[in-house]
Each structure stands twice: as structure tokens, then as C-alpha cells.
Design a protein around this ligand. Structure first.
Ligand code: NAD
Length: 478
């Protein structure tokens, strides 16, 4: 194997494998290094997203949603569900087969694009030298012309409730339960807590989410967050805000968790606990002291808007750099960097990164919130469409939620779109495209949407910005 490469990519998660494939497509002799091994000891690309994140969680979210629909929604549609039962082992088998096909698919894509893949832990030294170490072989030193660091992130563990991979688990462990816990405690009511809490609650767990902050989903639009809280309470997710976990004690096969809220110290006993308090960049032992790349106080690799680190020719992308920890943000950064190495000038538009929470109803948004615009002193108009007024929503039992379009009051340009409702994860792409093209709310209003569809909610919300929605009572007209 050549020990010199045009591009060495560290990490084969979404950010890294996108960077490696695009670099190879552009004609670079590319190496991609990753340390993720499967049970046979072979490299399994895909990082957190494919192995223990986005993909397996969606397999369980979709399966559990279908089960819950069959249980509570089907009878009203005239569909008999006598004898309905859940087989967790089969659900897990399905999840594992999806993960296996996709990770094998990424291996195939890397190979067919001519990317050289190496398993082991990579460490960047001075002069763009990368040392790859593994248990199987002696260390290999490769010389890179360019380096793209995409090491990803890992779950944060808290002292108050340490993961033991048995009763107390992180998000990875919460995807592996082989049975439905009777009483499941989740620390953190963020994205992971809500998604995994939904899975196990739908399958029958009594789920309590302990959230340290007083506010719920502070990054989301306030109206959307309020609606989400209402919907989740209806689904029997017991979300306790202002509840900071301070201590935990094992008691037989259970754990007693103590938390502080406005009334003092409380305690709860659970059969299983999921710690979902955020993720941290995986940058320990990645950089030699003379690599020229610096980390900030929280361990993130410092980069500019083009993902360039302090060391010439060394870039960093994905969860380990500033910005949202989202696979799609990392993918776009990976592609941008590969193309910039080639001399092209693409940019990532950080103003149009879509955010999605895959609960039911789904929550999705892009761009600015009303609160954020108020703080900046930007005047705006708002159009809201409640999904209760959607014909397709009614026909398909999907009337929960709303779509909100926020447009600049002077130019009518769309500044933000916020949704809670069925298929919001798909619908948000329409808003991202509109914003990428600098659309006004009127542009969206003048666009023809197929009827009857859930996406008409976006059309109507855009029309509502000027008081012209057809299927809701408009109070103000502009
Ligand atoms: P998060 O930051 O979304 O939520 C963690 C929550 O834990 C916070 O609300 C925090 O206040 C709370 N918390 C922290 N310490 C606590 C304590 N001692 N007691 C009670 N509550 C406490 O983090 P996450 O849900 O772990 O997700 C991690 C990252 O992964 C996020 O950046 C997220 O965007 C990403 N992710 C995204 C998706 C998606 O896009 N659908 C899915 C999964 C993960």
C-alpha cells in the first residue's frame, strides 16, 4: 500500500465517508481510516449515524409507531387488530439487518469509488503525518497532502448517573433493549430523550423524562414546543421540567434516581435509565501536540467557515466542529472540503440547516425563530396553518400540529419555517429549497401544491402570511 495519499480522511461516519467519496470522485488518491469494528473484528463504516444513531433509531421509531397506530388508530378505520402483539426480538432483528445492509453499502461505495480503507485509530502529527494504530498490526505512518478530520462525537456521561451498560445505558444501549422495560427513566428531554422515550413508551414502558431546564425544546419555535409538549403528554410521556438529576443508587435490579426541582429533592425508582444529556466531540488522542490543530475549551476542533483548521491543508468536519451535531450538516461539510481542496469554491449555508425530531408528530424547522428575530430587531410577518384544517390530514388521522412560515415584513423573504405534524421530516425539505432560492412567502403561495397532501399545510401557511389562506379564518390581511 502506498504510504502517501493526496487526501487522508479520519473517520468513516457521514461527514468522513462523504468527504472521502467526493475526494476520490475528484481524482484524489484517498485513504479513509476508521476504528469502528463489527463483532467479526472488521471495519464497519457509517459512524454513529448508521451504527448506533439515526438509522437504527429510525428502524425502532418506525416499527413502534406502526405498532402504536395499529393499537390505537386502526379500529377507527375499520381495521381489526385482534391478537396484535409486539415481538421485540424480531424488531431488533429488523434493525440489525438495516444497519448491516447500509454499512455494507457504504463499504461498497468507498471501494467502488477507489477509496483505500484502513482500520485503526488515527492520530495527526506534525507535517500532516497520520499514524494509524490497531490491535491487529503494528502502527502505520502515512503522509498526507491534505487531511480531513471527521472523528464524530460520543455520548456525555454524567457523574450523577454513570452508565454501567446494564441498567444505566446511553443512547447506544437504549437501542439494544431485548425486552420492554416496565419503568424507564430518561435523563434529558432533548432530541435523543424524546425519540428513544417515544420508542419504548409506544411499546408499553412507563417513561419519565427528567429535564434540568425549565423550558422545553428551547431551540424550537415556542408555539411548536408548546404543541409538542401537549402532544407528548397526551401520549403519556411524563416530562418533568426543571428536574436536575443529582445522584443515583443501584438497588437490586433497579436504580433510584434523586433529582432536584423547585420543590426540593425528589426520588424515583426505575428498571432502566437512559442518559441522554448531550454528546461531546471525540477528539481525545486525535492530535499530537505538534499537529498545528487546536481544540477549544470543550474539545471541539477550531475551524473557520470553510472548515479549515489552524494547520494548512488540515480540515475538520461534522460533529467535532462548531454547529449542530447533525449527520446532514457533516455530510455537506465533507463535500465542501473535498471540493475546496480541488480548488472549487462551494460553501455550506449554515442558515438553512434543517433540524428534525423524529417523534410523532414529527418536529422540523429551518431558519430563524420569532424569538430570535425579535432579539435582532427584525420585523416579520407570520402565517400559521393548523393541521386540523388539512383534508388529507383528516383522511389519514394526522390532524395534530401546525406549520408556521415567518417572512421579513419589508421584503416578504422567508426567514424561517417551523412545523410539527406528520411527515414534517420530509416537508421541511420544501422549506429548505424555498429558502435556498431566496423565496418570498408570496412565491410559495403562487406555487401549485398537489391536492390532497399534507404539504398543502406549507402552502396555506405561506398564504396566511398575507392573510390569504383559504382553509382557515384569516383575521388580518396585508
Ligand atoms: P440535547 O442537548 O438535545 O439534550 C440533552 C438534554 O439533557 C438538555 O435538554 C439538557 O438540559 C438535559 N440535561 C443535561 N444534564 C442533565 C441532568 N443532570 N439532569 C436532567 N437533564 C439534564 O442532547 P441529546 O438529546 O443527547 O442529543 C445529542 C446530540 O445529538 C444533539 O446535538 C442532537 O442534535 C443530536 N441528535 C440529533 C438527532 C436528530 O437530528 N433527530 C437525533 C439524535 C441526536
Amino acid at each position: 500500500m502506498s504510504e502517501k495519499f493526496d487526501v487522508v480522511v479520519v473517520g468513516a461516519g457521514p461527514a468522513g465517508y462523504h468527504a472521502a467519496i467526493r475526494a476520490a470522485q475528484l481524482g484524489f488518491n484517498t485513504l479513509c481510516v476508521d476504528q469502528w469494528l463489527n463483532e467479526k473484528g472488521e471495519l464497519q463504516p457509517g459512524g454513529t449515524c448508521l451504527n448506533v444513531g439515526c438509522i437504527p433509531s429510525k428502524a425502532l421509531l418506525d416499527a413502534s409507531h406502526k405498532y402504536s397506530q395499529a393499537k390505537s388508530g386502526f379500529p377507527a378505520l375499520g381495521i381489526q387488530t385482534k391478537g396484535l402483539a409486539i415481538d421485540v426480538a424480531q424488531m431488533q432483528k429488523h434493525k440489525r439487518s438495516v444497519v448491516a445492509s447500509l454499512t455494507q453499502g457504504v463499504s461498497g461505495l468507498l471501494k467502488s469509488n477507489g477509496v483505500v480503507v484502513m482500520s485503526g485509530h488515527a492520530k495527526l502529527g506534525a507535517g500532516k503525518q497520520v499514524t494509524v494504530s490497531s490491535d491487529q498490526a503494528s502502527p502505520v505512518v502515512v503522509q498526507a497532502e491534505h487531511v480531513i478530520l471527521a472523528p464524530g462525537s460520543s455520548p456525555i456521561d454524567i457523574e450523577a448517573c454513570r452508565c454501567d451498560d446494564d441498567i444505566v445505558v446511553d443512547s447506544t444501549g437504549a437501542l439494544e433493549f431485548e425486552g420492554v422495560p416496565k419503568r424507564l427513566g430518561i435523563i434529558g428531554a432533548g432530541v435523543i430523550g424524546l425519540e428513544l422515550g417515544s420508542v419504548w413508551s409506544r411499546l408499553g414502558s412507563e417513561v419519565v423524562l427528567l429535564e434540568a431546564m425549565d423550558s422545553f425544546l428551547p431551540g424550537a419555535d415556542t408555539q411548536v414546543a408548546k404543541e409538542a409538549l401537549k402532544q407528548f403528554k397526551r401520549q403519556k410521556l411524563d416530562i418533568r421540567l426543571g428536574a436536575k438529576v443529582v445522584d443515583s443508587q443501584k438497588s437490586g435490579t433497579q436504580v433510584v434516581v434523586r433529582y432536584e426541582d423547585s420543590e426540593g429533592t425528589q426520588s424515583e425508582t426505575f428498571d432502566r435509565i437512559v442518559v441522554a444529556v448531550g454528546r461531546r466531540p471525540q477528539t481525545a488522542d486525535l492530535l499530537a501536540s505538534d499537529s498545528g490543530v487546536s481544540l477549544d475549551a470543550r474539545g471541539f476542533i477550531e475551524v473557520d467557515e470553510h472548515c479549515q483548521t489552524g494547520a494548512p491543508g488540515v480540515f475538520a468536519v461534522g460533529d467535532a466542529v462548531r454547529g449542530a451535531m447533525l449527520a446532514h450538516k457533516g455530510m455537506e461539510e465533507g463535500l465542501m472540503v473535498a471540493e475546496r481542496i480541488k480548488g472549487k469554491k462551494p460553501q455550506v449555508d449554515y442558515d438553512t440547516v434543517p433540524m428534525v425530531i423524529y417523534t410523532h408528530p414529527e418536529i422540523a424547522w429551518v431558519g430563524q425563530t420569532e424569538d430570535g428575530l425579535k432579539q435582532k430587531g427584525i420585523e416579520f410577518n407570520v402565517g400559521v396553518f393548523p393541521m386540523a384544517a388539512s383534508g388529507r390530514g383528516m383522511a389519514s388521522q394526522e390532524t395534530a400540529g401546525l406549520v408556521k412560515v415567518i417572512a421579513d415584513s419589508a421584503s416578504d423573504r422567508v426567514l424561517g419555517v417551523h412545523m410539527i405534524g406528520a411527515h414534517a421530516s420530509e416537508l421541511i425539505a420544501e422549506a429548505v429549497i424555498a429558502m435556498e432560492f431566496g423565496a418570498s412567502a408570496e412565491d410559495i403561495g403562487l406555487t401549485m401544491f398537489a391536492h390532497p397532501t399534507i404539504s398543502e399545510g406549507f402552502h396555506e401557511a405561506a398564504l396566511a402570511v398575507s392573510g390569504h389562506a383559504i382553509h382557515i379564518a384569516n383575521r388580518k390581511r396585508r
